[in-house]
Design a protein around this ligand. Structure first.
Ligand code: OAD
Length: 243
């Protein structure tokens, strides 16, 4: 770790423990060290699989079996994985800071496994399913699920409770996220490439509202230069140093 990175970490640590309201926004990068593939970059999911064929409402209408096959594969991959030191550090930070909100784009459920409780899941959660008939929402941890899982209430086809491309984010979820962002004095953006809206511009929104914004990412992102602090490195190594 270079002296520049060490000093940026020290600056962020000081700001973190002095802040009154803290928001952390995470993306796939925080789960990478747990073995979850990211979406873009080397080995990224969208490099080998087609978003349009697997993660859109049109794909699900056309071929629900194929879409469920993809999500069952992801559930199998995720089931044995455990939180890494980056997730654990965020759980520790939540326990230590009275006004702490975690916003994630991840659907893997690893933040909850690590012990965070106040989590806004922008893109849903792969361990929850939603009925396409009666809209009932259920947690379902079976691995794998049947090829075409059915609702226990009405028998209609279930779908993963995740947000697909072309779909709106849940308004209540989005509202909760913006409320936290607009009232925080420190926001830390971790492990996201900043390519998918609205999450991509949430750091800029926090800055406009007067917060200090920091980024922790293995690589520079389109927003790195606009934030107050930018720390290059693995979240599993950097975040524990904030404790
Ligand atoms: P991406 O795959 O686009 O970006 C992952 C980011 O994590 C990159 O900027 C990497 O540099 C960084 N990264 C990788 N390993 C890291 C590590 N160990 N520590 C810190 N950073 C690391 O993932 P997201 O930005 O989360 O949406 O993608 C956003 C959305 O696009 C996802 O939620 C998903 C996807 O399509 C939906 O499915 C709706």
């Amino acid at each position: 770790m270079t002296a520049k990175v060490e000093s940026a970490i020290a600056e962020l640590r000081e700001k973190l423990w002095k802040a009154k309201q803290v928001v952390v926004l995470t993306g796939a990068g925080i789960s990478a060290e747990s073995g979850v593939p990211t979406f873009r970059g080397e080995g990224g999911l969208w490099k080998s699989y087609s978003v349009m064929e697997l993660a859109t409402p049109e794909a699900f209408s056309r071929d629900p079996k194929l879409v469920w096959e993809f999500y069952n594969w992801r559930r199998e991959l995720l089931a044995p994985l455990t939180p890494n030191p980056g997730h654990q550090a965020l759980a520790e930070i939540e326990r230590g800071i009275p006004h702490f909100k975690l916003i994630t784009q991840n659907i893997d459920g690893l933040h909850r496994k690590a012990g965070n409780t106040d989590i806004t899941e922008l893109h849903g959660n792969i361990w929850w399913v939603r009925c396409t008939g009666c809209a009932r929402l259920m947690e379902d941890l079976r691995v794998p699920l049947p090829e075409m899982p059915e609702c226990p209430s009405c028998g209609a086809l279930l779908r993963p409770n995740v947000v697909w491309f072309g779909e709106m984010l849940e308004p209540l979820v989005l509202g909760a996220a913006y409320e936290a962002i607009n009232s925080c004095d420190l926001m830390i953006v971790v492990g996201t490439s900043g390519t998918v809206q609205p999450a991509a511009s949430m750091g800029s929104q926090a800055k406009r509202s007067g917060a200090t914004v920091a980024e922790v990412n293995l690589e520079p992102t389109p927003y790195s230069g606009t934030y107050d602090i930018s720390i290059a490195g693995k979240s599993g190594e950097i975040l524990p140093k904030l404790l």
